[in-house]
Structures are given as structure tokens and as C-alpha cells.
Write a protein that binds this ligand. Structure first.
Ligand SMILES: C[S@@+](CC[C@H](N)C(=O)[O-])C[C@H]1O[C@@H](n2cnc3c(N)ncnc32)[C@H](O)[C@@H]1O
Length: 383
């Protein structure tokens, strides 16, 4: 039995009712300080790892995001410092791509920039420090950032899908929560009363009634309460500026569609996708899609106004992805490089893959003239 399984069993045994919420289980599986998938150093992102992100395809995402950040800096009348806060920075490659792009193309902006990272995993912080050696990056915890102090842009690529989620199930006409307990068969799911009234309240706020007669039965889904606390924290720290969230997800209506009866929970192990979170513990990623209606709704409650939401394909096209494709025909690249670059750019805008990801931009503390200034990444209309 792995050490992590033992830790989870101990946690269950020491819990009052011999069970832990699925969210607590997922938190241990991913973020136990020594043994969790992200914290324990087993996480591998990219071709040789368990999953890949837009960042794994090369420098294009960072390069294009730099265009958006530079425009945001202009929109805010070139503040100094302009803080770029990356949350969940993975291997550190996106930070490197952004810093290189800004340094090369926007030297004045670069001189006004402070790049901060908030990262949960100590093992990944070590890797980020290696990759970003020589660049003026600061690693922060939320408690080290004063409330209402930051002017700039907070952003995250594929962070929110990695937060631990609660699982709920409709059973006998009631909304129940999924817990994890230990039986002779090993870690086993059972259902019980909701561990927090926030779960029922969430569905009320989303205008979703899972108990409605036309819902598939059985019906199980997830609630990302951690995303709501995260939004509250970001809003509290940001005095003035933006939040960009890029991730895979749906509106609440699509997320809690009556036919989506098994939720969106997925596990990734060596590029194989499956839906059993109880195997490969500490060795595999566990994720759930993001409810973007919830990000907009709760963001608004904390003072983060939605400035726009689009697909990653449109966002990157608006920032210059098309020009990058055109440049491949300029005669300055070899065939192999053209094929590799074209493939990467196509993947970034593939509507059935990374291009179909959502990009949400929220703003806080902006003057009317700043809030109404069209952000470049939002200028290509969705078809
Ligand atoms: C799926 S990876 C994405 C990494 C990177 N952004 C990319 O696109 O390649 C999720 C990242 O978020 C980090 N993370 C998870 N929960 C976090 C939290 N509460 N605060 C900060 N970072 C977190 C993980 O350790 C990891 O670096």
C-alpha cells in the first residue's frame, strides 16, 4: 500500500464519522505536502508526462499574452509597478515565455513590471526557480500580499480545474454529498448529508435544480467551492486591474445539463484519461471542468466585473496568432520548423481542443473610461 493511501486511511479513521468529503480526498491526493501528485514532485506536464497544456506547445501562449498585458498596462496609464501575478505556474515555462517576450518587445513596460508567482506545490516552486534563474521573479504566499495593494493583472492557465471539488449525487429525491470511507474493499464512496450549506446555496445561486423531474437518474456532479474562495482572495488583494482565467469549462446551464449525469471529473495518468480517482494515487492528476457562470457570478459579488469572455482561439487570434501563422510563409523557416510551428499554432486554436477553452477577463477598481476600453484579446467576435 502506498504511503499516501495510508495517510488517507488515517485521515478517514480519525474523522468523526469515519469518512472524509471527496474534496478532502482530492486535496490529499493532489496537494498532501509530501505525497500529493502536485506537491510530491511526481507531476509531469508535457509530451513525456501525464497531460499537456497550451504552455507545453511552445512560447506562443506567453508571447501572445505579453501583447495583452502590455495593452492593459497602457489602459491603466502605465502604472509603476505593474504587477503580473501568475497563479499555479506549473513548470515555470509560461512565466519565462512572457518575461522574454516583454523584455524583447516592450522594454519600458518591462522596466515597470514586477512578476509574482503564487504556487501551491513546493516541488514545482523549486523547478520554477531553476527555469527562471536570472529573471526578477518573486514567489509569494497570499498572506505575504497586502489586501487591496496590487495594481496589475492576475492570471491563471489551467489552475481552477486543478482545485479539489465536492461531489454531490441525487439519491431518493434528495441532494446528497459523496464521501470517501474505508472498507475491506479499500477506499469506497458513500453518500451522506451535505457537509456545508454552501453546496445547496450554490445551486440556488446558479438557478439549477438537480432535483427537477427531467434530470437523468442517477445524477452525480461536482461543485468547485475552492474556486469561489480563490476569487474572493484575488479580489481582496487586487486594488485595481484585471483577472484572466483560461481553462476548460462550460456555462452553468451546460455544466449541469440534465444529461451530464456523471459530472466532469477526469484523471490523467501518462496521457491516458480515465475516471477512477482511487487508483495511481499521488501519481495521477485529477481534474474537473470549470463552471464559468460561477466565476462570473461570484466574481461580481467580490467586485470583479466581467469585461468579457471568449474562446482561447478567438483570444489568441485577436492577439496575433494569425500573423504568426502567416509569418511561417515568409521564407525564413525550414520545412521541419514550419510543420512543427504550424501544428502548435493549429492546436492552440483547435475548437475541439485547446482553442475551445474559455478565456474570462474580469476587472476591479477600473474607472469608467478604463473599463470600457476594448481589450485587444476580446476584439475577435465569437461565431
Ligand atoms: C494543471 S497545472 C497548470 C500549470 C501551468 N499553469 C500550465 O498551464 O502549464 C496546475 C498548477 O496549479 C498549481 N496549483 C494548484 N492549486 C493551487 C493553489 N491553490 N494556488 C496556487 N497554485 C495552485 C499546481 O501546483 C500547478 O502548478
Amino acid at each position: 500500500m502506498s504511503q499516501l493511501v495510508q495517510v488517507i486511511r488515517d485521515r478517514i479513521t480519525h474523522s468523526p464519522q469515519n469518512k472524509i468529503s471527496f474534496a478532502e480526498f482530492m486535496d490529499l491526493a493532489l496537494y498532501h505536502p509530501d505525497l500529493g501528485y502536485y506537491s510530491g514532485g511526481n507531476v509531469e506536464i508535457g509530451a513525456g508526462g501525464d497531460f499537456f497544456t497550451s504552455v507545453s506547445l511552445g512560447a506562443d501562449l506567453g508571447d501572445l499574452l505579453a501583447v495583452q498585458f502590455a495593452q492593459m498596462w497602457e489602459c491603466l496609464s502605465q502604472p509603476q509597478p505593474f504587477i503580473l501575478l501568475e497563479m499555479g505556474a506549473g513548470l515555470g515555462d509560461l512565466a519565462l515565455d512572457i518575461l522574454k517576450a516583454v523584455e524583447g518587445r516592450y522594454p519600458v513596460f518591462y522596466s515597470r513590471l514586477e512578476y509574482w508567482i503564487v504556487e501551491e506545490s513546493p516541488a514545482l516552486i523549486r523547478r520554477q526557480k531553476e527555469v527562471l534563474k536570472g529573471y526578477p521573479v518573486q514567489w509569494k504566499t497570499w498572506s505575504e500580499i497586502e489586501d487591496n495593494s496590487m495594481v496589475g493583472c492576475c492570471f491563471a492557465n489551467e489552475l481552477v480545474d486543478a482545485f479539489p471539488v465536492h461531489q454531490v449525487r441525487v439519491e431518493d429525491g434528495e441532494l446528497k454529498e459523496v464521501y470517501v470511507t474505508e472498507t475491506e474493499a479499500g477506499l469506497t464512496e458513500i453518500t451522506g448529508e451535505l457537509s456545508t450549506p454552501q453546496l445547496a446555496q450554490y445551486f440556488q445561486e446558479m438557478g439549477v435544480d438537480l432535483l427537477a423531474p427531467d434530470y437523468a437518474k442517477p445524477y452525480q456532479t461536482e461543485v468547485n467551492l475552492a474556486a469561489i474562495s480563490w476569487l474572493e482572495t484575488v479580489a481582496k488583494k487586487l486594488q485595481k486591474g484585471y483577472l484572466i482565467t483560461i481553462d476548460y469549462g462550460y456555462s452553468a446551464t451546460r455544466y449541469y445539463n440534465r444529461e451530464r449525469s456523471r459530472g466532469t471529473l477526469q484523471c490523467y495518468y501518462q496521457h491516458r484519461r480515465h475516471n477512477n480517482p482511487y487508483i495511481n494515487l499521488g501519481q495521477q492528476d485529477i481534474t474537473a471542468h470549470v463552471n464559468f457562470t460561477a466565476l462570473q457570478h461570484y466574481g461580481q459579488q467580490y467586485g470583479l466585473e466581467t469585461l468579457g469572455q471568449t474562446k482561447q482561439a478567438m483570444f489568441l487570434m485577436a492577439l496575433g496568432l494569425g500573423e504568426k501563422l502567416n509569418a511561417l510563409s515568409s521564407g525564413q523557416f525550414g520545412v521541419e520548423q514550419i510543420l512543427q510551428r504550424r501544428d502548435a499554432l493549429h492546436q492552440l486554436m483547435d475548437p475541439t481542443g485547446l482553442g475551445g477553452f474559455e478565456t474570462l477577463i474580469q476587472g476591479k477598481g477600473l474607472k469608467e473610461t478604463e473599463a470600457t476600453q476594448p481589450l485587444q484579446g476580446l476584439t475577435v467576435p465569437l461565431f
